[in-house]
Design a protein around this ligand. Sequence first.
Ligand SMILES: *Cc1c(COP(=O)(O)O)cnc(C)c1O
Length: 368
Amino acid sequence: MTTITDLANPGISDLPIYEPGRPIEDVARELGFADANDIVKLASNENALGPSPKALAAMRDAAGQMHRYPDGGAFYLKQKLAEKLDVEPSMLLPGNGSNEILELLAHVFLAPGASIVMAEYAFVVYRLVAASHRCRVHAVAMPGLTHDLPAMLSAIDEDTRMVFIANPNNPTGTKVDQAQIDAFMDQVPERVVVCFDEAYFELLPVEQRPDCLKYVRDGRNVYVVRTFSKAYGLAGLRIGYAVGSPEAVSLLHRVRQPFNVNAMALAAALAALDDEEHVTRTRELVQAELGWLAAELTVRGIEYVPSVANFMLVKVGAGRDCFAALQQAGVVVRPMDGYRLPDYVRVTIGTREENGRFLSALDAWRGK
Ligand SMILES: *Cc1c(COP(=O)(O)O)cnc(C)c1O
């Protein structure tokens, strides 16, 4: 008998399925919590302060127009972003989350027999999009859990079509600085497309932000990818964007769906860009709580990876076991065995109360 799986393209049934952070409702149902509000989700690097009130108001205003298709050209959002980033609107392409942009890049540049270069513990979606296009992955070791850009340069071979650099990186929370990036960009061959994934960019203090848009403005074969999911607190709406040369962006337009970004997301993102104060409050909360959590872990003699983003890798020993125990206590973190970091869990920076719940649950598990 021919099964449906036999009919799928080669390699599809071998692809791993992405394991997202568990939704609060899921955990509440499974563990019998009557009130989902008793559960603290620190598993998906979401914004502890929620969306900007301005974005919420814009969504309410937009709701009555949801029988209309969205503006597939995203005119107003591109115009506002272009001003903010000092690029032309033609250099921007909004996507259904920045994950869609990664998929579009794969569609344009990857094919069976080609390969990508990425760091060993970099964002796993690069691996997934490469695998789904039957592309090999050169995963380069990360000493100190940081991208080793010279080693990534050396890993480039004749088959390499793309290099992915997550900066700051998820799940390690580490970043590479401008000098390291510039040295890399001096050497990288023209025939290799470089993608800088800057999902956590707005959470960096201004003086620590690398400038990769200069490579885009210079017409290098580079894309910079950002998102409204993290600092802007709009993960549920699914909206991010790519910045590239007009020619680079026009390639992505050819493979995207006509209405890839929904109208509610366009309205909310536009309004969120007008609420810098919300982003600043978010950044300040994250900075303060990173410091607090680090100090609390140090007191307990627990190792962690110093982070510049809104999450932290904590070395707990048996990560999967810790994850399960914390979940029982109503605190959802992310196990890291999927990243081959079985000693760690990744915890998102929440409010002080949420971070306290994490520490109490961790204490209870360690004292078991
Ligand atoms: C969260 C994250 C993304 C963002 O994904 P969206 O699809 O925009 O929600 C992209 N890259 C990295 C490294 C991330 O951690």
